[in-house]
Design a protein around this ligand. Sequence first.
Ligand SMILES: C[C@H](O)CC(=O)C(=O)O
Ligand SMILES: [Mn+2]
Length: 337
Amino acid sequence: MTRLFILDVTLRDGMHAIRHQYDLGHVREIAGALDEAGVDGIEVGHGDGLDGSSIAYGFSRHTDIAYIREAAKVCKRAKLTTVLLPGIGTIDDLKRARDAGIQSIRIATHSTEADVSEQHIAAAKEMGLDVSGFLMMSSANSADGLAGQARLMESYGADCIYVADSAGGLTMRSIAERFRAFDAVLNADTQRAIHAHENLSLSVANSVTAVENGATRVDASLAGMGAGAGNCPIEAFVAVANLYGWEHGCDLFKLQDAADDLVRPIQDRPVRVDRETLTLGYGNVYSSFLRHAEKAAEQFDLDPRAILIEIGRRRLIGGQEDMIVDVALDLVERANA
Ligand SMILES: C[C@H](O)CC(=O)C(=O)O
Ligand SMILES: [Mn+2]
């Protein structure tokens, strides 16, 4: 079996969990510990990708470039990466990120909109970067529909395609279906990858299922630090990989130490499956909406679950964060009618 490529997203997806407020010391310490623990890739940057720092998504404490430079200082082995959402980040942002130290990029689109990634994937390949196509909200497209989008990203030059379960709404069965559909259309040498969220408590099981169905790259994070109920906890996934005898480069105890000593203490909201985060998975809602929905719920004295369920019903997608307040106002109006 192919050696697994384990990519840690604590310093990018984990940004959502602390409202993009890591300081440079956190980045140095966490990236250093991850590199020492043998992960293959480390993702750094604003939770919503290059240039995500804004009123719409929330301002980060430092710029993406400052975060990337800081991580680059301590990374000896791991490849540095970040994410770019066409329409938020530009090709110029990507050039600056490459100059700051990234060697790999994930170009992310909603799971039905892969066609907007063509020029970014092509430009990233021209820059000599390792490029993944990252299909966000993979639960919002059928297995065959998603495979069609994956095929588009492959045709633009992506080296690897992700099933990104942004809502944490997929089950093992639906993960297997999606990877089987990939097999039917993708070239054998295009890598497959999984980015799972924990909202239904299935992130480790879903990542294992993905590997059993052809994924060779796995995203995970220390203590699951990430949007919603978090990502696949890297220490738990690595423990299972060890039990299964899968080849990888990570040291389990070093990851456990980093998770418990460096990451859990800085969570300003516990990253766990609770009534709000379970509702994300159950209602098929983009995990990055959690903190925005909780803020709106507090402002308008609503149950965050009511907002989340309505967001799922309306099928809002990443980039529509401003609609969350509209949803809250409609719920208030409905309650007062
Ligand atoms: C920009 C998003 O947060 C990317 C991601 O991690 C996901 O869709 O999940
Ligand atoms: Mn994510």
